[in-house]
Design a protein around this ligand. Structure first.
Ligand code: MN
Length: 487
């Protein structure tokens, strides 16, 4: 990697901006790290260079890339944060100080998970750019993990998979999430990774491409008829998500039909629905697979139309339709959107980000904030995932029944059991941050169980249980029995 490539990348996204500081930052880091080598044997400067390049790729601004170039200087060299401030000013110094602070947080097993998460969130709320730098730093470290002893490789991969990747997901930075996950997958389950890679990347590749051509042959003429301006691209699922799917559903690779999705990018929201109409007139849609995330965005702000159709040879194919803006957001995250464009006003950012910022505004002293970290937003909330990767925010000690009602009233009413992290769980089991929860339902069941009130935590679940349990004919009948208290 060279500073020239970084400057070139930066200029692509920020034409006309002065890049003198980038070169100065490079000189500063080069001198500070001179003589240092990485475990892989290459000069240390390569690491900050790669970190800065990744930042330039996700369209980071100038101070962020400068901070990326010098992010390891105060920690690993004779130069101090004061030196950084003297040379590059307050803004860059604050970013670098944030990274240094984050670097001190070490992962010590699952019990530390929460504590680490708290600090990550704090840093993020202070300045989202610190998280961007930290993620790019981690991505490059993962890519060069081979220089480390196996035990350390596993520890870093585990930490990334449990802490960084979920946060990237919550922030909607999918591009980083996928890359992080696949690298971790490779180090944590090397055999599984190789097996899947061989099958997916090598053996099935030609077959997949042929199938893609068939779809194009039917679709392109129809799109051309409508004068729709579009980009069509094929998106292959990343290996770790295929692996997770296989784990969850206990299926073989061949049976996972949606290993790739077709993406249509059009200029306007109207065009999205037009394109959807065209697709549905060519192929029959699969029932219950249409998702309008434009009308109802995911909690992390994700927007798109999703539909699965029966394509050539009757095979199920997923389409994702979106505008260019939605596309960029899905790659770089809502965080990017929030940072680059709207700055807070669009109402799209996750609720919890806003809460942290509000609290931070009230408490100007950060050390005070860290002391007061028993803040309700951390202690009271957990984040759990649905099998589709949607994030649900629930109060602490919530149970699968709270989750079920958070997803949909019918799911709650028809719940009979739950699968938490691939294991069968009882409906009153306490959920933990980061759990992946799936609800087992019985369609024949119409009423919730009144006993659930003993453990349901959310108001929503409790209200629904009371409301629907009353509708049971037996309950109604019982209300007329003598001696029964009115509720
Ligand atoms: Mn670093």
């Amino acid at each position: 990697m060279t500073i020239e490539r970084i400057i070139k990348k930066f200029e692509e996204n920020h034409p006309g901006e002065d890049t003198t500081m980038l070169r100065l930052a490079y000189d500063f880091a080069l001198e500070a790290h001179s003589g240092q080598l990485r475990k892989t044997g290459e000069p240390y400067i390569q690491h900050p260079l790669h970190t800065a390049f990744l930042l330039a790729e996700i369209k980071a601004d100038l101070p962020t890339i400068i901070a990326g170039l010098i992010h390891d200087v105060p920690e690993d060299t004779d130069k101090t944060i004061e030196d950084v401030q003297k040379n590059f000013g307050e803004e860059v110094a604050t970013l670098v100080a944030g990274i240094t602070k984050l670097g001190k947080i070490k992962y010590r097993g699952i019990e530390r998970y929460r504590e680490n998460l708290k600090k990550m969130f704090l840093a993020m709320a202070a300045d989202i750019r610190v998280i961007f730098i930290k993620f790019c730093d981690r991505l490059h470290n993962l890519r060069t993990l081979e220089g480390l002893p196996p035990a350390k490789q596993k520890r870093i991969a585990q930490e990334t998979l449990e802490i960084y990747a979920p946060i990237a997901g919550m922030l909607g930075i999918w591009r980083l999430k996928w890359q992080l996950e696949d690298l971790c997958f490779k180090y944590l389950y090397p055999e599984k990774f190789q097996e899947l890679e061989q099958e997916y990347e090598v053996e099935k590749k030609a077959e997949r491409n042929q199938y893609f051509q068939k779809i194009k042959k039917e679709l392109l003429p129809r799109l051309a008829e409508t004068n729709l301006n579009y980009d069509l691209e094929v998106r292959f699922k990343h290996l770790y998500s295929i692996y997770q799917k296989m784990q969850r559903k206990d299926r073989k690779f061949d049976e996972i039909y949606d290993v790739f999705a077709l993406r249509i990018i059009v200029p306007t929201i109207d065009d999205c629905y037009k394109a959807l109409g065209i697709i549905h007139t060519i192929w029959r849609p699969k029932p219950n697979r249409f998702k309008d995330y434009i009308a109802v965005p995911k909690p992390n702000g994700y927007r798109s139309l999703h539909t699965t159709i029966f394509g050539p040879e009757g095979k199920a194919v997923e389409f994702q339709i979106r505008t260019q803006e939605m596309h960029e957001e899905s790659l770089y995250g809502l965080a990017a959107h929030w940072y680059y464009k709207a700055r807070n006003q669009n109402g799209l950012q996750p609720h919890w980000v806003k809460e942290i910022i509000d609290i931070q505004k009230e408490i100007s002293d950060t050390s005070e904030l860290i002391k007061n970290i028993k803040l309700d937003i951390f202690n009271d909330r957990i984040f759990v995932f649905s099998p589709k990767g949607d994030v649900f925010e629930l109060p602490e000690y919530s149970t699968p029944i709270d989750f079920a009602y958070a997803v949909h009233t019918n799911i709650g009413n028809q719940a009979t059991g739950a699968i938490v992290n691939d294991r069968l769980a009882k409906l009153d089991q306490e959920l933990k941050n980061g759990d992946l929860v799936e609800i087992i339902t019985d369609k024949g069941r119409q009423y919730p169980n009144r006993d659930w009130l003993k453990f349901a935590k959310t108001k929503r679940a409790r209200d629904r249980i009371k409301q629907f349990a009353k509708k049971s004919p037996i309950e109604n009948f019982k209300r007329f029995l003598p001696g029964r208290k009115k509720e």
